[in-house]
Design a protein around this ligand. Structure first.
Ligand code: FAD
Length: 380
């Protein structure tokens, strides 16, 4: 384990800090209330290389690895976790295509995706499949030689209202196998609910996606027939790391705000930083942020180095389970440093608190992550 950053890593981290401070911070209010993420900010994100960071140079990527990617998402999420979430979910379908796609699919989707030409989606979840993939109900029914129509409802799908590809999973009616498909959103038969109203991450919207006899062919299959669950595990192993970075960033953002407030807020002409209670709280928050960050970086290094996908999944599930607990707990401590001001919208910790409440529920439920990690540890 060595976290001495390379020049490239330092450059990307500083760029991400610059993007967060100079582009995102002045427009957080707009991002959190707009129906869609401002396109000019997405273009800057892509131009700075934040989508291409971890993909092969052959397709326009930078091959900087998961540790660098995690640090970039973390930096952006310190200021606005919704933007970190958009980075994470935009990379997810590209990850699936990079890992499992044909050369033709990579040229068609990966190359323009890395240039920031669209925001793709990754759609597994349904009403019954949150933590139980085998309950998949969306069906791909064969209609002819190499043709199928897909019918079903996908739930809580991020980026679903943007143009671009969607990686989606369906059960083949003929044999019950789970197969992944990659198609363009807004094709015939694709429609959306209104966005779900949720407690936080207001700038990153989720929808139900209705698939009504969407026509696909063999060329739209990602990977092999029946490889769907492997693709789900293989791709979300990295998605868990990305979302762990989002909420580690939120913790760091809340820590910075609590320290600033403790130094500025006066009580009888002295900063509240002089109170032992505040010192204890700040020490606890600092410890939580640093230990979580170290675990994140260690698991990101694992993702860079481990070749066995089950090992990567166990490592990223471990950090995801950890962050799911630590983010809301730690940000609540930071909020309490601000007393009543902490719960007002003016002081921003309130927004990070609401965002962090989603940590246990996205990219796999918190307890289920601990089960995945614990099970792997005990078997190996
Ligand atoms: C903001 C947001 C964005 C999302 N984006 C996407 C997306 O783009 N694509 C996508 O496919 N999905 C997406 N999701 C869905 C998300 O990944 C699932 O909601 C998540 O995996 C949890 O599933 P669930 O809500 O059905 O919870 P459930 O699986 O129903 O879990 C409910 C509770 O039961 C517990 N539990 C469940 N099973 C077990 C078990 N076997 N043993 C012990 N305890 C168990 C869990 O720990 C949890 O506390 C998103 C969700 C959110 C909130």
């Amino acid at each position: 384990m060595q976290f001495k950053l390379t020049e490239d890593q330092q450059m990307i981290r500083d760029l991400a800090r610059d993007y967060a401070q100079n582009y995102i911070a002045p427009r957080v209010e707009e991002i959190e209330t707009a129906e869609k993420f401002p396109q000019d900010l997405f273009q800057v994100m892509a131009e700075m290389g934040f989508i291409a960071m971890n993909f092969p140079e052959a397709y326009g990527g930078m091959e900087l690895g998961y540790l660098t990617t995690s640090m970039a998402i973390e930096e952006v999420s310190k200021v606005c976790p919704s933007v970190g979430a958009i980075m994470a979910v935009t990379m997810l379908p590209l990850e699936a295509i990079n890992l499992y796609g044909t050369e033709e699919q990579k040229q068609k989707f990966l190359v323009p995706g890395l240039q920031g030409e669209f925001k793709g989606s990754f759609a597994f979840t349904e009403a019954d499949t949150g933590s139980d993939p085998k309950m998949l109900k969306t069906v791909a029914e064969k209609t002819g030689e190499g043709t199928y129509k897909i019918t079903g409802v996908k739930r809580f799908i991020s980026n679903a209202a943007y143009e671009g590809p969607i990686v989606l999973f369906a059960k083949e009616k003929e044999n019950g196998q789970c197969t992944a498909f990659i198609i363009n959103k807004f094709c015939k038969g694709y429609s959306l609910s209104t966005p779900w109203e949720k407690v936080g991450l207001h700038g990153s919207h989720v929808y139900d996606v209705f698939l009504d006899e969407v026509e696909v062919t063999e060329a739209d299959i990602l990977g092999e027939h029946g490889q769907g669950f492997d693709i789900l595990i293989g791709t979300t192993a990295y998605g868990k790391l990305a979302f762990s970075s989002v909420f580690t960033g939120a913790m760091g953002g809340a820590y910075d705000l609590a320290v600033k407030y403790a130094k500025e807020k006066l009580h009888r002409d002295k900063p509240i930083a002089k109170f032992p209670t505040i010192q204890v709280a700040i020490a606890q928050i600092a410890g939580n942020v640093m230990s979580t960050r170290m675990l994140l970086y260690k698991c990101a290094e694992d993702a860079d180095e481990i070749k066995d996908i089950r090992g990567v999944q166990a490592s990223t599930a471990l950090v995801k389970g950890h962050v799911a607990k630590m983010a809301p707990e730690t940000i609540m401590m930071a909020l309490n440093v601000l007393g009543s001001y902490g719960v007002t919208e003016e002081y921003k910790v309130e927004r990070l608190m609401r965002d962090s409440m989603i940590a246990p529920n996205v990219e796999g439920a918190g307890d289920v992550q601990r089960i995945i990690a614990g099970n792997y540890i005990l078997r190996n």
